[in-house]
Write a protein of this length. Structure first.
Length: 591
C-alpha cells in the first residue's frame, strides 16, 4: 500500500524536489537498469531466452505461432504459462532500454506519486514512483509504447522523466491503493464546495461529498490496520495522519474550505456539540466497515489554528485474544497460565502507553472465561465487549472510579477481577488486598520493566508484605513491528553490533533480517506487530527482596538468575528468527 496526500488540481509544485530521496537508480532495491544491449528491433523471444526465462525451442515454437495467429509474443508467453508477468515486464524493459521496476520490492515515494492524482494515473496508464539523483522523475508503466501517457505526465508537472517498465499486475496493485483516498479528496475539491460558516456547519456536514470523505478515511484506516486517525488543524488545509503498527504516517490532506464541514460531520457521528469549539469533547462512533463492526473513540481538541480531532479505532477482528498468539515464549506462557490458574493472587501487566497491555489482559480473560467462574472487569473505557464477562465503564463524574468500582466488585460474589489500570494508592491497596482474600486480580501498571512493578506499588504507599504476598507474576511487554514477509532480506551483524544492541558479548556474527520496503508494506518494511515479553515469577528470593525493600536492579538480577528472559533477549531472539529486526528492537527498547 502506498500512503500519500492527495494531489489537488491547480497546485504548483517545485521544479525539483528539495531533497531527492532516491540514490542512483541502479542502487535502488527493486529497480534494474537495462544492460546496455538494448534494441527495440530485437525479437522479444530472443530477449526472453537470453534472460533465462524460457528455452529456445519453446520460444521458437511460439514465434511461429505468433506469425500465424497475429497475437503478440508477450500474450502468448503469458497464456502458455512460460513466463510470469514480472518476467515479461523485465524482458520488455531490457529490449527497449528502460529500467525494470518490481513494484513488490520497490518503495514508491509519496512525494513523487503525490504529483498526480489517482484518476490521472489511470488515464495516463502510468505512475510517478521516485525522484532520481539527477532530479529527474521515474515513471512506471507496463507498456513501452505508452509514450504519450508518460510525456503528458512530464508536461503537466514540469519534471524531466525516465521511464520504468513494471508488470501490469504490480501497476494495478499500486493504482488500487492510490485510489482510496486521493480519489475521494479530488472529487470533493473539484466539486467546488464553498467555505462553510459556523451557521452552515451542520448543513454542510450532511452533504454527500463530506460524508463520503469521512467514511473513506475511516475505511482506509481500518483496512491499513491503523489504531488512530489524526485530523490535524493547521489553519488552512487539514493534515490527515494514521498510526499504523505504532508509527504515524501522513496519508492525505483536506482542502481548507472543507475542514469545518468535515469536523462537524465527525462530531455529529460521535454525538458531540458541533457549535462548541472552545473545549475538548469526547464521543464514540459505531460503524460497519466491510462487514466488520468497528467502534471508534473520538476526541476533539481546540488548538491555536483550529480544532483537531483524533479517532481511536477499536477493531475487535484485529485484537488477538489467544494467549498462544501473542508472541510469548513457551516457558513464559506456562508461567502465566500457572498464575491465572490460581484461585487468588495478582497478575500485573506492565509497560508504557501503547505497549499492548490491554490486549494481553483480554487474552488472559478469554483464557479463564468459563461458565464456572464469575469475572467482573472495570475499565476506562471498555474497549471490547467480551461475552460472559461483566464489564464496568469508569464514570468519575458519577462517582464511579476504579477504587469505588473495585469495592463494589468485591461485594458481588466475584472470582476474578480485572482492573484496567492501577492509577492511585486506593486502587492499588484494594487490588492487593483482594488478591490475598480469595480473588484472582488482573491489572496493569505503567512501568518499563517487570522488576520495577513491586517497587512502584511500594512507592504508592502499599505495604511491602501486601505486594510480596499478593503478586503471583509480573508481565512486562512492548510491541515491535513485524518484518514484511514479502520484502525482508537477510543481514549479518558483526559481534560488535550484537553487543551494541544489548545482546550478550558475542564472538560470532549474528544472522538476522532487515526491512526493505515494498507495495505490500507501504514501503516501511514492516507489516503488523509482535509482542516482546519478560515474565517475572514471584519466587521466594524476589518476595524476600520486596519485603526488605530491595531495589529494582536487585530484583531484576534475582529474576534473571531464576531464569527470566529479559525484554531485550526476547527481542533479539525474535530478530534472529526473522520476526522483527534488530533496529526495531532498539527503537522500541532504546539503545
Amino acid at each position: 500500500m502506498v500512503s500519500m496526500p492527495a494531489w489537488r488540481p491547480g497546485r504548483r509544485h517545485a521544479a525539483t524536489p528539495a531533497q531527492p530521496a532516491a540514490a542512483a537508480a541502479g542502487a535502488i532495491p527493486g529497480l534494474t537498469p537495462a544492460s546496455g544491449n538494448s534494441d527495440p528491433r530485437r525479437r522479444l523471444g530472443d530477449v526472453i531466452v537470453e534472460l533465462g526465462y524460457a528455452d529456445r525451442e519453446l520460444v521458437e515454437q511460439l514465434m511461429a505461432k505468433e506469425a500465424a495467429s497475429n497475437r503478440p509474443m508477450g500474450e502468448l508467453l503469458l497464456a502458455g504459462g512460460m513466463v510470469s508477468s514480472k518476467q515479461l515486464a523485465h524482458a520488455l524493459a531490457e529490449r527497449n532500454g528502460f529500467y525494470f521496476v518490481d513494484l513488490k520490492q520497490f518503495h514508491v515515494e509519496p512525494a513523487a506519486a503525490n504529483l498526480i492524482g489517482a484518476g490521472d494515473a489511470r488515464r495516463y496508464r502510468a505512475i510517478p514512483i521516485a525522484f532520481l539523483q539527477d532530479g529527474s522523475l521515474l515513471v512506471a508503466t507496463s507498456d513501452p509504447a505508452n509514450i504519450l501517457g508518460v510525456d503528458d505526465i512530464a508536461m503537466s508537472i514540469g519534471y524531466p522523466v525516465r521511464r520504468a517498465i513494471a508488470s501490469q499486475e504490480g501497476l494495478d496493485a499500486v493504482m488500487k491503493q492510490l485510489s482510496v483516498l486521493s480519489e475521494s479528496v479530488e472529487e470533493i475539491s473539484e466539486g467546488g464546495l464553498e467555505q462553510v460558516s459556523s451557521e452552515e456547519a451542520a448543513a454542510s456536514a450532511d452533504q454527500a461529498p463530506v460524508v463520503k470523505l469521512v467514511h473513506s478515511v475511516i475505511a482506509d484506516a481500518v483496512n491499513r490496520g491503523a489504531s488512530d486517525i489524526h485530523f490535524d488543524a493547521t489553519g488552512g488545509d487539514m493534515r490527515v495522519r494514521m498510526r499504523v503498527d505504532g508509527v504515524v504516517l501522513a496519508t492525505t490532506t483536506v482542502p481548507a474550505r472543507l475542514v469545518r464541514g468535515l469536523v462537524s460531520r465527525i462530531k455529529i457521528m460521535a454525538g458531540l456539540d458541533i457549535a462548541e469549539r472552545r473545549v475538548p469533547q469526547d464521543g464514540r462512533i459505531a460503524l460497519n466497515v466491510d462487514g466488520r463492526q468497528v467502534d471508534i473513540r473520538v476526541s476533539t481538541l481546540p488548538v491555536i489554528r483550529g480544532e483537531s480531532v483524533v479517532m481511536r479505532i477499536l477493531d475487535r477482528d484485529r485484537v488477538v485474544l489467544d494467549l498462544d498468539q501473542l508472541g510469548m515464549l513457551a516457558d513464559d506462557r506456562k508461567l502465566v497460565r500457572r498464575a491465572i490458574g490460581q484461585v487468588h493472587g495478582a497478575v500485573v501487566v506492565t509497560g508504557p502507553t501503547g505497549a499492548g497491555k490491554t490486549s494481553t489482559l483480554y487474552a488472559l480473560l478469554t483464557e479463564i472465561n468459563t461458565p464456572d467462574r464469575t469475572v467482573i472487569a472495570i475499565e476506562d473505557p471498555v474497549e471490547y465487549e467480551v461475552e460472559g464477562i461483566q464489564q464496568i465503564h469508569v464514570n468519575p463524574k458519577a462517582g464511579l472510579t476504579f477504587a469505588s468500582g473495585l469495592r463494589s466488585m468485591l461485594r458481588s460474589d466475584s472470582d476474578t477481577l480485572m482492573v484496567g489500570e492501577i492509577r492511585d494508592r486506593d486502587t492499588a491497596q484494594i487490588a492487593m488486598e483482594a488478591a490475598l482474600t480469595g480473588h484472582l486480580v488482573l491489572t496493569t501498571l505503567h512501568t518499563n520493566e517487570a522488576s520495577i512493578a513491586p517497587a512502584r506499588l511500594v512507592e504508592m504507599g502499599i505495604e511491602p508484605f501486601l505486594v510480596a504476598s499478593g503478586i503471583e507474576c509480573v508481565v512486562a511487554q512492548r510491541l515491535a513491528r513485524r518484518l514484511c514477509e514479502e520484502c525482508k532480506r537477510p543481514v549479518t551483524l558483526s559481534p560488535g553490533e550484537v553487543t551494541g544492541a544489548g545482546g550478550p558479548a558475542a564472538s560470532e556474527s549474528f544472522q538476522a533480517f532487515e526491512p526493505v520496503g515494498c507495495v505490500q508494506c507501504n514501503g516501511t518494511g514492516y507489516r503488523g506487530r509482535i509482542g516482546l515479553y519478560e515474565v517475572m515469577q514471584m519466587g521466594e528470593e524476589i518476595r524476600a527482596l520486596v519485603l526488605g525493600k530491595g531495589t529494582s536492579d536487585q530484583i531484576a538480577e534475582a529474576a534473571r538468575e531464576a531464569g527470566m528472559t529479559s525484554l531485550r533477549d526476547d527481542g533479539l531472539a525474535k530478530a534472529r528468527a526473522g520476526v522483527t529486526s534488530v533496529a526495531e528492537v532498539l527503537r522500541v527498547l532504546g539503545s
